[in-house]
Write a protein that binds this ligand. Structure first.
Ligand code: CMC
Length: 433
């Protein structure tokens, strides 16, 4: 920076010739409210920034997750995702994300104990699943079940009490796998399997899902660890569509169950967490490696979208995709190779050499390979967004907590630019042409 340069921005309004000096803040930002002073006439509302889909708007400052999309960097609370995936486990990472620091041994034991002992849900919640059709989508059932929890914990409304918030956060982290397993068992017409406290977070989940006709089910440790790694990779991703939904609903001081159900609704969309399901359906549709070039042509002609490619923030290889690719190899050694992997690899190979994708910085994202692992682990595609929602619960809760503690935040309420009709008089129905 040049000497004497001040950390301000001068804006010249060519309509009036007036100049305004506004502060440049952390992260090369200016306050949108600083634009409000820019007016042509005194009675004007003042200038706003126009940013559909918030592509260039920082809605908050945050200490949870750092992403450098250009360099392919992802860190939770400062720790690189590669180190966490290699050396940590999901509940330790959950504590880190929720509390801001890695736990001591005692803190971790206590947290694991609390999460383990809150895995049960009220029996009426168990029965709730029976009211869905046999073919109900698991994510729809999950969203309903999470919002139903709000009625079982009315005290959760007291969102300004940190200790009360913590209890609800532990409950949600603990109960998500139980609800997910119950949704799956309903879909399959199988009796529910209740949580077993001596199992790890992921082993307990796999047990509730897949135990049939035996007293004891113990998952293969490689698969248990693979799911744990996938959970670590999905735990948070800063201000994405669903985290923003969580913050927006939470900003009205709705309880965390209702806020989280809303975030799950956002995640369910095929452009967000529904993408891993869409990838699998796409791979099935392509069907054979020999059909890949024709499919890529379809994408280039805009008849198709290459699901699992591209990202609003990453303009390089998604670091999570590289870890997932390695995890896939470990899983396939146990389960056998998923035949769809060859189609995925061919898609990636061709796409990374095609100008259409290279020039638009379209690389595989987290969802490109995760579905293949989920399928190898025995999950039907309807469960894929649910498998995203379980770990992301941690990120949503951390974002929610941060929003509530942030003195700068208040109820979210964007502005609009009205481009509709001017005032006009009502015409009764018999007089309308
Ligand atoms: N296939 C084909 N073209 C694409 C794709 C794709 N997957 N993604 C982006 N493009 C094109 C897009 O048409 C546009 O082209 P042009 O400039 O010629 O009009 C250009 O690339 C820039 O894309 P964009 O639409 O401005 O990018 P975006 O930031 O609005 O969208 C995205 C990001 C993730 C919604 C998009 O890349 C997409 O739809 N990907 C497929 C769905 C997917 O895999 N979603 C999972 C995201 S990662 C998990 C998560 O965070 O939830």
């Amino acid at each position: 920076m040049a000497e004497n340069a001040s950390n301000t921005l001068t804006i010249r309004d060519n309509r009036t010739g007036k100049e305004y000096e506004v502060d440049v803040l952390e992260g090369d930002t200016i306050r949108a409210m600083d634009l409000r002073q820019i007016k042509v006439r005194d009675e004007d509302f003042g200038m706003m920034s126009f940013d559909p889909a918030y592509t260039n708007t920082a809605s908050t400052s945050s200490t949870v997750t750092f992403i450098d999309g250009g360099k392919g960097i992802l860190r939770y609370r400062g720790y690189p995702i590669e180190q966490l995936a290699e050396r940590s486990n999901f509940l330790e990472v959950a504590y880190l994300i929720l509390k801001g620091e890695l736990p001591t041994g005692d803190e971790l034991d206590e947290f694991v104990h609390h999460v383990t002992y809150h895995t049960y849900v009220h029996e009426n919640v168990v029965h709730l699943f029976d009211s869905f059709r046999y073919d109900a989508h698991a994510m729809g059932m999950m969203i309903s079940a999470v919002s139903a929890l709000s009625t079982f914990y009315p005290e959760a409304k007291d969102v300004r009490d940190p200790s009360n918030r913590w209890i609800q956060m532990v409950r949600l982290v603990a109960k998500m796998p139980t609800l997910a397993a119950f949704a799956y068992r309903h879909h399959r017409g199988l009796p529910k399997v209740y949580p077993e406290n001596e199992l790890s977070y992921t082993a307990n989940f796999l047990n509730m899902l897949f135990r049939i006709g035996v007293k004891e089910y113990r998952p293969n440790p490689v698969l248990e660890r693979a799911l744990d790694v996938l959970f670590i990779l999905h735990a948070d991703h800063e201000q994405n569509c669903s985290a923003t939904t969580m913050r927006v609903i939470g900003s009205a001081e709705a309880d965390p169950y209702c806020s989280l159900a809303g975030a799950m609704g956002a995640l369910y969309g095929p452009l967000h967490g529904g993408a891993n399901e869409a990838v699998l359906r796409m791979l099935h549709r392509i069907g054979d490696v020999k059909n890949v070039p024709a499919f890529i042509e379809g994408v280039k002609n805009r008849e198709e979208r290459l699901m699992g490619f591209g990202h609003r923030v990453y303009k390089a290889y998604d670091p999570r995709a590289s870890i997932i690719k390695r995890t896939a190899d470990e899983v396939f050694e146990v389960t056998g190779r998923n035949p769809l992997l060859d189609i995925a690899l061919e898609l990636e190979k061709i796409a990374l050499n095609e100008d259409f994708f290279v020039s638009r910085n379209l690389y595989p994202n987290v969802d490109f390979y995760s579905g293949l692992i989920y399928q190898a682990l025995g999950f039907p595609v309807e469960m894929f967004p649910v498998l995203f929602a379980i770990p992301r619960t941690v990120g949503w809760l951390a974002q929610w907590e941060e929003m509530l503690e942030d003195k700068e935040q208040k109820i979210a309420r964007p502005r609009q630019v009205y481009v509709g009709e001017d005032a006009r008089d009502f015409v009764s129905v018999e007089d309308r042409g």
